[in-house]
Design a binder for this molecule. Structure first.
Ligand SMILES: [Mg+2]
Length: 344
C-alpha cells in the first residue's frame, strides 16, 4: 500500500519555567510525525533532549531517511521490520525513531478500530496514576505550585532537587501536602556521600523513592548509594536502552524507561520485560512532551509500578488531546481507537 508521511516542528511554551539540577527551560520543541494510509492518519511526536544529543534540528535532519523506510516497507503492520530497518538506517537519534514508532502504532490501532492497549491485550484497570512534577524554584514558589497541584487533584508529586536547600524544600512541600505521595529526582546532582546523607533526611518526610541521585557516569557511586540508602533508588539517566537493564539491576531498584531515550514502543516493552526478569520495579517517564507522544506512553501504563507522564500537563497549552489524565488518573477506557491523540 502507499503510505503518506510528513512532519512539522512545533514550539510549546511551558505553563511555568521548568528548572531541574541541569538548567531551566521555558518552552520546548517537539517534532510531530504523520503517517497516513489514505483513510487514517497516525500521529506521533518526538521530544528531543539535548542531554541525549538530540534537538529539533537533528530530528528533522534524520526523519526523511526514517520515513523513507516506512514508505519502502509500505505496510504499517510490519512494525518489527520497520523498526529494525530504521535502526540500521539511522542509529542513535532515538526521539526521531520514536516519533515514527508512535505514529505507526497509532495508525495500526486506528486501522483495526481498537485503542492501542486493546491491540496489545493490556488490562485498562491495571493502571497507576501519573505523578505531577514540581520544578526547582524559590522555596515559597514551590509551596505555591504544590498547592496548585493539589487543587488540581494530583496526589502524587515528583519534586526536583539538587540545590543547597533540598531538605528545606521537602519540609515545605510535606507541610503543604501532608497526605501526598512524594517522589524526588536529583537529576545526577549529588555526590554519593551527600546522597546518602540527604536521602536519610528525605526518608524522615515519607518520600517514596529517589531518582538518579548521582551521575550516570558513576555507576559505582549509584551502587554505593543504593547499598546505604534508606529509600529505593530509581535509575533514569543510567537507564537508556535495553542494554542498560542488566547493569541497572546491579545499582538501582527501579528502571525509569522513557520512549524518547529508547527509541520506540517496542523497545520500551522489551525493557519492561527485561526489568521484571531482573527483579526491577518499572517506571515510565517522559520529557516535556505533547500528547502526540504522551498519549502512546499512557497505553504502557498497565506494565508499570510508577508513571511519570505529566509532559503535556506541564505545557501552557497542548495542540493535541490525548488520553484523559484528570487528577492524574490514566483513563485508558476513555480512548476510542489508536493512541487517543487528536488535533485539539
Ligand atoms: Mg529523571
Amino acid at each position: 500500500m502507499t503510505l503518506e508521511t510528513g512532519f512539522e516542528r512545533v514550539t510549546l511554551p511551558l505553563e511555568f519555567p521548568f528548572t531541574i539540577a541541569r538548567g531551566t527551560t521555558e518552552e520546548t520543541e517537539n517534532v510531530i510525525v504523520r503517517v497516513g494510509d489514505g483513510e487514517h492518519i497516525g500521529i506521533g511526536g518526538a521530544a528531543p533532549s539535548a542531554h541525549y544529543g538530540e534537538t529539533a534540528a537533528t530530528v528533522e535532519a534524520v526523519l526523511p531517511d526514517l520515513l523513507a523506510v516506512v514508505e519502502e516497507v509500505g505496510d504499517p503492520h510490519q512494525l518489527a521490520r520497520i523498526e529494525r530497518r530504521m535502526v540500521e538506517r539511522v542509529n542513535l537519534n532515538p526521539a526521531a525513531r520514536c516519533a515514527v514508532s508512535i505514529a505507526l502504532h497509532d495508525l495500526v490501532a486506528k486501522r483495526l478500530d481498537l485503542p492501542l492497549y486493546r491491540y496489545w491485550g493490556f488490562d485498562p484497570e491495571e493502571v497507576v496514576e501519573t505523578s505531577y512534577t514540581i520544578g526547582i524554584d524559590e522555596t515559597g514558589a514551590m509551596r505555591e505550585k504544590t498547592a496548585t497541584a493539589r487543587e488540581r487533584g494530583y496526589s502524587t508529586l515528583k519534586i526536583k532537587l539538587g540545590t543547597g536547600r533540598d531538605e528545606e524544600i521537602i519540609e515545605t512541600i510535606r507541610d503543604e501536602a501532608p497526605d501526598a505521595t512524594i517522589r524526588v529526582d536529583a537529576n545526577e546532582a549529588w555526590s554519593p556521600r551527600e546522597a546518602v546523607r540527604k536521602i536519610d533526611a528525605l526518608a524522615e518526610y515519607g518520600v517514596e523513592f529517589v531518582e538518579q541521585p548521582v551521575p550516570a557516569g558513576n555507576p559505582e557511586g549509584m551502587r554505593f548509594v543504593r547499598e546505604r540508602s534508606a529509600l529505593p533508588i530509581a535509575a533514569d539517566e543510567s537507564c537508556v536502552t535495553l542494554d542498560d537493564i542488566s547493569r541497572v539491576a546491579e545499582i538501582a531498584d527501579i528502571a525509569n524507561v522513557k520512549l524518547m531515550k529508547c527509541g520506540g514502543l517496542r523497545e520500551a516493552r522489551a525493557m519492561f520485560a527485561a526489568a521484571r526478569a531482573h527483579g526491577l520495579e518499572t517506571m515510565l517517564g517522559c520529557m516535556t512532551e505533547s500528547n502526540a507522544s504522551i498519549a502512546a506512553a499512557c497505553h504502557l501504563a498497565p506494565l508499570l509500578d510508577y508513571a511519570d507522564l505529566d509532559g503535556s500537563l506541564l505545557l501552557a497549552e497542548d495542540p493535541y488531546d490525548g488520553v484523559p489524565l484528570s487528577e492524574g488518573e490514566i483513563d485508558l477506557a476513555g480512548v476510542g481507537r489508536g493512541t487517543g491523540v487528536s488535533v485539539r
